[in-house]
Ligand binder design. Structure first.
Ligand code: NAG
Ligand code: NAG
Length: 364
């Protein structure tokens, strides 16, 4: 409820202190003094009641402050130099009372500690197990797929919670999402070319490499990235892809819920239609409308897929962008945002849970 000014209390008889009438007294000056005192005491009581009412009406306020949740990031992902983490870091992501720190001397007092898998791997799974305070929740974090995560067998019975792109994670952090659009729909970039693919790690054994080999005879695909010795600078990536009708959002490996920035940023945010190779169509449909992408599983051969893409007329093509009038892409690539999300779940996460078989869970 909105704070109530003192005046509005006066109409509430239960709150208004009924002062007894001043006793009759012979000395008129002492009567005046008594009346003055009575008025003063009344004002003080009223003010005190009003303050109490104000505080009591706001349970998250001064009387019962929510405790700050401190999340220790044991090793910042992919860098030895964590970003600055001022106290209001998580406020920017809508989380109050949530503090991120990379200061390891907080191990004894942190409310939860996050371990990112890549550094566990490179540092031979060295964990501060002997210094772990009893009952301190430990979080295993990774945005990589099981194919690119090794050594999980060393992590049995250690972690309580998981932060990952898997929807059944304790802290689920997708690579992106659609949210209601605010403001006008930006115009669709002009399309001059057919299909683009950016790939830095091309290996023939990968499913995506095989599919590309099958598609290439039937479809003009311009390949960028380190693998083709045509790297694109960070600021050139989206404007380049934007000129293409389609983008090959081929994941490097096919796993449950594994949909990355190849889909969210390179295709949807760039304004190209994603042609997806990854988890089944139903998984994509949990995130975006069914007509926002082309799924390779919908075709019985690469040739058939190519024919569909090449022969499409303009009105059919534009149907892939129907969602843009209502929705816009929100990329979630900042690790600070991902870690701040822990605080949103923190009060409800199961305290006694332990991933006895993290590897089995992750590979399922
Ligand atoms: C880490 O935290 C400790 C204890 O709170 C403090 O003394 C130290 O200065 C901090 N280190 C850094 C680099 O902020
Ligand atoms: C465009 O293609 C769609 C689907 O193939 C078809 O139904 C429609 O009639 C075509 N429109 C024009 C103008 O050719």
């Amino acid at each position: 409820p909105a704070p109530c000014p003192p005046a509005c209390l006066s109409s509430d008889p239960t709150l208004f202190p009924v002062l007894p009438p001043a006793p009759r007294h012979q000395d008129p000056s002492s009567t005046r003094r008594l009346r003055a005192w009575g008025g003063l005491v009344g004002a003080v009581i009223l003010t005190a009641l009003w303050l109490l009412w104000l505080l009591g009406s706001d349970p998250g306020g001064v009387l019962e402050p929510q405790p700050v949740v401190t999340i220790l990031i044991w090793h910042w992902p992919f860098t030895d130099r964590p970003p600055e983490l001022p106290g209001d870091t998580c406020i920017h992501y809508g989380m109050a009372q949530c503090r991120l720190s990379a200061n390891r001397s907080l191990l004894a007092s942190a409310d939860a500690v996050v371990f990112h898998h890549r550094e566990l791997e490179t540092q031979k799974f060295h964990l501060p197990l002997a210094q772990r305070p009893p009952g301190q929740p430990w979080i295993w974090a990774s945005m990589e797929s099981p194919s690119n995560s090794h050594g999980l067998r060393h992590l049995r019975g250690i972690f309580n919670w998981v932060l990952s792109y898997r929807r059944d994670s304790d802290i689920f952090v997708p690579y992106g999402r659609l949210e209601p659009r605010s403001g006008p729909t930006p115009p669709l970039p002009a399309k001059r070319r057919m299909a683009a693919w950016v790939v830095s790690n091309f290996q023939e054994r990968q499913q995506r490499a095989k599919l590309y080999r099958q598609l290439a005879p039937h479809l003009r695909v311009d390949v960028f990235g380190r693998a083709s010795r045509r790297p694109l600078c960070a600021n050139c990536l989206l404007p380049t892809i934007a000129q293409y009708r389609f983008y090959l959002s081929f994941e490097n490996s096919q796993h449950r819920d594994y949909i990355t920035e190849k889909f969210w940023r390179n295709a949807l945010a760039a304004g190209a239609v994603p042609v997806v190779l990854g988890p089944p169509r139903a998984t994509y449909e949990a995130f975006v409308p069914p007509d926002a992408f082309v799924h390779v599983d919908d075709f019985s051969s690469a040739r058939e897929l190519a024919a569909f893409l090449v022969s499409m007329n303009e009105s059919r093509y534009l149907r892939f962008f129907a969602w843009r009038d209502r929705l816009s892409v929100r990329l979630m690539h900042d690790w600070r945002e991902r870690f701040c999300a822990i605080c949103a779940h923190y009060p409800h996460l199961p305290r006694s849970q332990v991933y006895e078989d993290l590897e089995g869970w992750f590979q399922a």
